[in-house]
Structure formats: C-alpha cells, structure tokens
Design a protein around this ligand. Structure first.
Ligand code: F6R
Length: 260
C-alpha cells in the first residue's frame, strides 16, 4: 500500500483529484466507485472546479456508490442519493443514467444487492474506487467482523458509526440503523483504490489499517492485500503511524512521474 501524508485536508483533496484526472484522461469511459461522508467533500469540490475549467470530462464515465441507508427514499435530505446530487452530480456532466447507488427503498433487498453486483460487472468492473475510512476501521459500511470476502448486502451500523453520522440527521435517534453496502470482496475487485482519511479522529483506524494485522476486526486492513491501493491522509490522521517518517521518505524520493 502506498501511503501519502499531506499537510492538510486541502492538499489531500488536491492530490486525490489527480488520481481521478489521470484515470479519466487514460480512459474517458471509466467506471468510478464513489463514497459519501465528510471526507470526500473537498475532493468533489476539486473535481467540480476541474470540470468547470474544462480539464475534466465525465460524459462517458459511469459511477457506482458504495452504500445507501435502508428505508430512505432518494429524495430524503439524509440519503446518499441527495448527498451525491448536492456535492457532485448536479455540478458535473456525468450522465444521470450512468449514476448508480443502491436503492434504500427496495422491496427485495437481497435481489437488489445481487442486481447491483451484476450492474457493476456488466459495466466492466470498477476502475477507480474512492474510499473513506470509518473511525472503527470500516470501508463502505463493512463494520468490524464483516466477512473480508463479502458482497453487496444489508448491514447493521455499529453504535459508533451511528454516533459519527448523527450530525447529518439532527441526532442519533434519527440515524437509520441499516444500510445496503458493497461488500469488502466487491471493493477488493476494483482495479485501483484511493483511500482518504482526515483528522486525529481517524488516526487509530489509519494505523490499524496500514500497520496492524489483516483482520475482519478492521475491515480496511484487507487493503494491504490490494495490488494497487493508495492512502492519502493529512498529518493529524497520520499521527499514530509507527513508520510515518518512512512513508514520508519513500514519497519524497519517488521519481517525479510517480508523485501527485
Ligand atoms: C460512505 C462510506 C463510509 C465513510 C466513512 C467515513 O459512503 O462508505 O465508509 O467513508 O464512514 O465517513 P466520514 O468521511 O464522514 O468520516
């Protein structure tokens, strides 16, 4: 896993945007795996700015989001459909019919999960998967103890994740307890992963993901097995890493073409 430590959130977002730019330049019809939450908001602003400057074109791309709350209609302000529309989709030229998110109102959740997996497959698989990191080590909403080979399915959120996400629902009591999420196995099939983490609240999860054992207790740790995974974090999120200086040294000494 490549670990890139940047000074602050702005530098993390700018760096991550370069991965999307390179991907879309190399393959305009890329399949992008997208995430929600507070972490990617700065990256999405960068992507919008690049699009407005005509440096990015999403017209042939497709996207698949990691997850959605169960029971929330797309129009609910707390849904990830609404989040994506507000923070990215309504500002870029990614065709509506190419935007995919799990349907939180599906009447047959297991069948919907199977068809979500099939849609990813028939789109050609995910080229670049963006991931945030839960403070408990989750990716997507694969909470600790999730099978490391799991597929898209329903999951129950932990009390910690419910508390972390209460800000978006005006209190913990309003946060849905269930979600549909891509599985860890689904995520691992993406050709490339870019994981972002910001702030001291993520420091322990970052250290467990990068330097801990590979374990379902920290689902993100399976990314140590991914052939092409880059973690971009700010200094605060890097603060619990034992080998922080080593990762900085490696990055500083890379050939220019490998840097962001
Ligand atoms: C969101 C997702 C989650 C978040 C994670 C971090 O689609 O899949 O794994 O990335 O909970 O959330 P923030 O960025 O709000 O700290």
């Amino acid at each position: 896993m490549e670990v890139i430590i940047r000074s602050d959130a702005g530098a993390v977002s700018k760096g991550a945007a370069q991965y999307f730019k390179q991907q879309l330049e190399a393959k305009p019809a890329s399949v992008l795996g997208l995430a929600t939450g507070s972490t990617p908001v700065g990256l999405y602003r960068e992507l919008i700015a690049l699009y407005q400057a005509r440096l990015l074109d999403f017209s042939r791309a497709a996207s698949f989001n990691l997850d959605e709350y169960l029971g929330l209609p797309a129009a609910h302000p707390g849904s990830y459909h609404s989040f994506m529309k507000e923070n990215l989709f309504s500002h870029i030229n990614l065709p509506l019919e190419n935007q995919h998110l799990p349907d939180g109102t599906s009447s047959d959740v297991p069948a919907h999960c199977i068809s979500y997996e099939e849609s990813i497959k028939s789109a050609g698989g995910i080229d670049l998967q963006l991931l945030g990191l839960g403070s408990d080590g989750h990716i997507g909403f694969n909470e600790p103890s999730s099978s490391l080979s799991s597929r898209t399915r329903i999951k129950t959120l932990t009390p910690r994740t419910i508390s972390d996400n209460a800000q978006y629902f005006g209190g913990e009591e309003n946060v849905p307890h269930h979600v549909i999420t891509m599985g860890v196995g689904t995520i691992m099939e993406a050709r490339q992963c870019v994981v972002l983490a910001l702030g001291a609240k993520k420091a322990a999860a970052v250290a467990a993901m990068v330097e801990g054992p590979i374990t379902a207790s920290c689902p993100a740790s399976i990314l140590q097995m991914h052939p092409r995974c880059t973690l971009i974090i700010d200094e605060a999120a890097a603060s619990a890493l034992l080998r922080g200086d080593y990762y900085r040294w490696v990055y500083d000494n890379k050939p220019l073409w490998q840097k962001i």
